[in-house]
Design a protein around this ligand. Structure first.
Ligand code: FES
Length: 106
């Protein structure tokens, strides 16, 4: 199991366990992390799973998909260097202990 810490909008941290291969939106929703909605269930049309990842993980993930890039560009929430859509990021073993920042709103 892989431990991931979500920094929720209210400042409360929630540590959850995730299985390799699951996506971060699913993990967050299944564990009741506040601020991650996942309205479109991962079909990349809503942007309500916007998260901020550490730079080391961003580097490991490599190039971002063109459609994900577009959706982030027009997201309600400020885009940062670590911005990704949680539904498009699969959990890997190198994410053990990772901290994920959840935006103030979606
Ligand atoms: S859940 Fe809709 S874009 Fe990720």
């Amino acid at each position: 199991m892989i431990n991931i810490i979500f920094e929720q909008p209210d400042g409360v941290e929630k540590q959850v366990t995730a299985t390799e291969g699951a996506n971060l939106m699913e993990v967050a929703v299944a564990n009741g992390v506040t601020g991650i909605v996942g309205t479109c269930s991962g079909s990349m049309t809503c942007g309500s799973c916007h998260i901020y990842l550490p730079s080391q993980i961003i580097e490991e993930l490599g190039a971002i998909d063109e459609f994900e890039d577009d959706l982030l560009e027009f997201a309600e929430v400020e885009r940062k260097e670590g911005s990704r859509l949680g539904c498009q990021v699969k959990v890997t073993s190198s994410m053990n202990g990772m901290r994920v920042e959840v935006p103030q709103n979606q």
